[in-house]
Design a protein around this ligand. Structure first.
Ligand code: MSP
Length: 530
């Protein structure tokens, strides 16, 4: 048997410095959808996520909780896993940077860089942003504040190790040039070149002595490894790189898609490939930089009291509705906005009116006119029959193109294009009139095409809204696993004889009372975490 092609996907490892909101959950939700999509296409897909548990920020937060950092992160790891379970994230490994399997190898990597001379000792004097754990030069500041988070920076000086970034700047540019798929969307590449590489890449300070909560440098333990060098190597250490058992590394490296938010683009698009070049390793095929979910009044923040936690939405509106909103709201290359109004509107229009109604109407008519048995394919009997087949096949190809570009929101729009076309098809062919006029052949054809189109929709929805897809299959009476595969939507199946739809359809989504629900979300998003 031919071995399946592998597809390694990573999310950033999260700082466990507080409860995760819908914005932080976004990266993981798209990563999970991508994994399920690649699996559907037959790839051996592997998804890594985890926690970035070292650094001054974590040390400080743990202190605020009167806890030892290790106890604090242990608790947070339990919480993070609970959330991923609630979001039904199909991850294959969850790495924590305090685990032995990581710390040992991160130390080995640091040692290796010391041995090759890529890391050298010097003194750092600069402006430091504590929450971001990053030094900046005067010129990098924006209005005198941290360019990443906008907070105050303070002058600091310490003995430190540096990574010789300058040495690799040219190689990195050459790599960008010869690998057009490396950075998605492309404008992020221009940003990196113009803002950071062209003005002159600074060597990176890769150790700290001002606090302890980190991985000690083996050969000089008063230094801890800079949290970003520590964290970035997780993508390798999780696969057993440089360890006794490195079969996962052999199998999955280089990563196929690494997904990161825009705030951490610089680390992943500049430092990360440079570390890999220095290690003599292959560079990931694609790094997807996504934009952010914002609120109408800017970023979500405790002080504004505008944070939305995934639990609020999942518990009241269900997992698939929550995921649908997240996937749809951020078009990847632009910020998206969460507002209670928009959430409720999308729920009522996209999910209830468009998708829900299509399923209900189809199930209802098959029961009414055919006692549940789906009619056989009998060619094209109505002028719209051929057109609907053609349109759906075309939309499916466009869906594939959007997914190739990792444009999740646009990919969903292609699926909704099929849904809208099907609803229009019902209106145009008016099956109730065909039934009345006893135009049996025409009615057979409409009903066959509707069921088959809905089967396409359910197959395509599986990676994003698995429960909804399952429910559509159940209601349509599609039990055979072969009818749910990627292969099965290459062509319209002619033979649906085995299919009997359910007697009474279960509504997929129940229409929300607009005012009440907007009010509900608004009231609850003000609440601070327990
Ligand atoms: N620990 C680093 C990553 C190290 S990877 C080697 C980190 N962690 S984080 O917890 O702060 O962020 C995790 C992810 O959440 C990032 O991809 C970040 O961009 C994303 N988001 C945080 N807020 C977000 C929104 N409001 N919207 C979308 N994504 C957001 O960075």
């Amino acid at each position: 048997m031919q071995e399946k092609e592998t597809f390694y996907i990573t999310t950033p490892i999260y700082y466990p410095s507080g409860k995760f909101h819908i914005g932080t959950a976004y990266t993981t939700v798209i990563a999970d959808s991508l994994k399920r999509y690649k699996k559907l296409q037959g790839y051996d897909a592997y998804l890594l996520t985890g926690l970035d548990e070292h650094g001054q920020k974590i040390e400080t937060v743990a202190k605020e909780h009167n806890m030892q950092p290790q106890n604090y992160v242990d608790n947070m790891a339990v919480e993070a896993k609970k959330l991923w379970e609630k979001l039904n994230i199909e991850y294959d490994d969850f790495i924590r940077t305090t685990e032995d399997r990581h710390t040992k190898i991160a130390q080995k990597i640091f040692d290796y860089f010391m041995d090759t001379g890529d890391i050298y000792k010097g003194e750092y004097e600069g402006l430091y942003c504590t929450p971001c754990e990053t030094f900046f030069t005067e010129t990098q500041l924006v209005n005198g504040k941290c360019p990443d988070c906008g907070r105050d920076v303070k002058p600091m000086k310490e003995e430190a190790y540096f990574f010789n970034m300058k040495k690799y700047a040219q190689k990195l540019l050459e790599f960008y040039d010869t690998h057009p798929d490396f950075i998605k969307p492309e404008y992020r590449k221009t940003e990196m070149i113009n803002n950071f590489i062209k003005p002159g890449l600074e060597d990176l300070c890769v150790s700290r002595t001002s606090f302890d909560w980190g991985i000690p440098v083996k050969k000089d333990p008063k230094h801890v490894i800079y949290v970003w060098l520590d964290a970035l190597t997780n993508y390798l250490t999780a696969l057993g790189y440089l360890s006794e058992d490195d079969h996962l590394f052999q199998k999955y490296w280089p990563a196929s898609v690494q997904i990161v938010g825009k705030d951490i683009a610089r680390f992943h698009l500049i430092y990360w490939p440079i570390f890999l070049i220095a290690l003599g390793l292959e560079i990931p095929k694609t790094i997807l930089v996504h934009n952010w979910i914002m609120m109408k009044d800017g970023k979500m923040s405790k002080s504004k009291g505008n944070i939305v936690y995934p639990e609020l939405l999942i518990d009241r509106y269900g997992l698939d509705a929550t995921k649908y909103f997240l996937l749809k709201a951020v078009p990847v290359s632009q910020d998206g906005v969460f507002s209670p109004e928009e959430f409720v509107e999308r729920f009522n229009i996209d999910l209830c009116n468009d998708l829900g109604n299509l399923v209900n109407r189809t199930i209802g008519m098959i029961n009414k006119y055919y006692n549940g048995k789906v009619p056989e394919y009998n060619g094209h009997q109505n002028e719209q029959d051929e057109e609907i087949e053609r349109t759906i096949k075309k939309q499916k190809l466009e869906f594939e193109d959007r997914m190739k570009e990792l444009q999740f929101s646009n990919a969903l729009s292609e699926i909704w294009g099929i849904i809208t076309r099907c609803n229009k098809y019902i209106d145009e062919t008016a099956p109730w009139i065909l039934a009345k006029q006893e135009e049996k052949e025409k009615l057979d054809s409409v009903m066959y095409h509707l069921v088959e189109s809905l089967r396409f929709v359910a197959v395509l929805l599986q990676p994003f809204m698995p429960d909804t897809a399952k429910s559509i299959f159940e209601q349509l009476g599609v039990e055979n696993a072969d009818y749910k595969t990627w292969e099965s939507i290459k062509e319209f199946y002619k033979d649906l004889k085995q299919i009997t739809v359910t007697k009474t359809g279960t509504p997929l989504f129940v229409r929300l009372n607009k005012e009440e629900e907007i009010d509900y979300i608004k009231t609850n998003m003000k609440a601070l975490p327990k």
